[in-house]
Design a protein. Structure first.
Length: 189
C-alpha cells in the first residue's frame, strides 16, 4: 500500500459580482450582528466577502489565464447603467443543514435585470459557460445557520448603489476573493 499524501484538488467558483461600499457594509453589519445576538450559533460570513452575484460561471478545478482573458474580452465595451438595489427582506434558503441567511430585494430594478441579461448574452456569444437558466435573485448572504429557522421577512430597507462589478475567483474554503477584472457602470451625465 502506498503512503503518499492524498492530493487535494482545489476548487474555484468563478462569478461576476458587485460589492457594497463601506457605508452600506456597515448597515449590513448591523443586521448581521442582530442575527447573531438572536442566535449565537449563527456563523457570520466575513464582511469583506459580502457581495451580490450578478452571474455565476460555475465551479472549476483551476482558473487559468485563458478563460479569464476570454471573459474579459467578451465584456469589452459593455455598456450598462448604474442602479440601486433595495434590500428589504431577510430570507433563509439553500441547504437545510446549513441554510444561508441573506438580505434580499422584494423588487428588482429594470437596470439590474438589463445588466444580468447583457452578461448572459455576451457569455453566450463567446461560447462560455452560462447559468442563464437560474433566475436573477439579487441577495447578500450574511451568515449560515445551524439549521432551518424562521427569520423576519422584512427589515429596514438598505440601499446599495451598484456602480461597478468585478470578475471574481473564489477558492472554495478560502477566506478572500481574487478580483480578476473590474467594469465601471455608466453613471449618466
Amino acid at each position: 500500500m502506498c503512503n503518499q499524501p492524498a492530493h487535494r484538488r482545489e476548487w474555484h467558483n468563478l462569478f461576476f459580482a458587485a460589492f457594497p461600499d463601506e457605508l452600506t457594509r456597515g448597515k449590513f453589519q448591523t443586521v448581521a450582528d442582530s442575527l447573531q445576538v438572536n442566535d449565537p450559533s449563527i456563523r457570520l460570513i466575513a464582511a469583506q466577502r459580502w457581495h451580490v452575484t450578478l452571474r455565476f460561471l460555475g465551479r472549476h478545478a483551476s482558473i487559468s489565464p485563458e478563460p479569464a482573458d476570454t471573459l474579459c474580452r467578451a465584456l469589452q465595451g459593455i455598456d450598462a447603467d448604474v442602479f440601486e438595489l433595495v434590500f428589504d427582506d431577510l430570507r433563509s434558503f439553500g441547504h437545510s443543514a446549513q441554510p444561508a441567511l441573506a438580505l434580499c430585494c422584494s423588487t428588482i430594478p429594470p437596470r439590474a435585470t438589463a445588466l444580468w441579461t447583457e452578461l448572459g448574452v455576451r457569455l453566450d456569444a463567446a461560447g462560455l459557460t452560462n447559468r442563464a437558466s437560474l433566475p436573477f435573485d439579487p441577495h447578500v448572504t450574511l451568515a449560515r445557520a445551524k439549521s432551518a429557522q424562521a427569520t423576519p421577512s422584512r427589515i429596514e430597507p438598505i440601499r446599495m448603489r451598484i456602480d461597478a462589478f468585478s470578475l471574481i475567483d473564489s477558492l472554495i474554503g478560502g477566506e478572500s476573493y481574487r478580483h480578476i477584472a473590474r467594469w465601471p457602470l455608466d453613471a449618466g451625465v
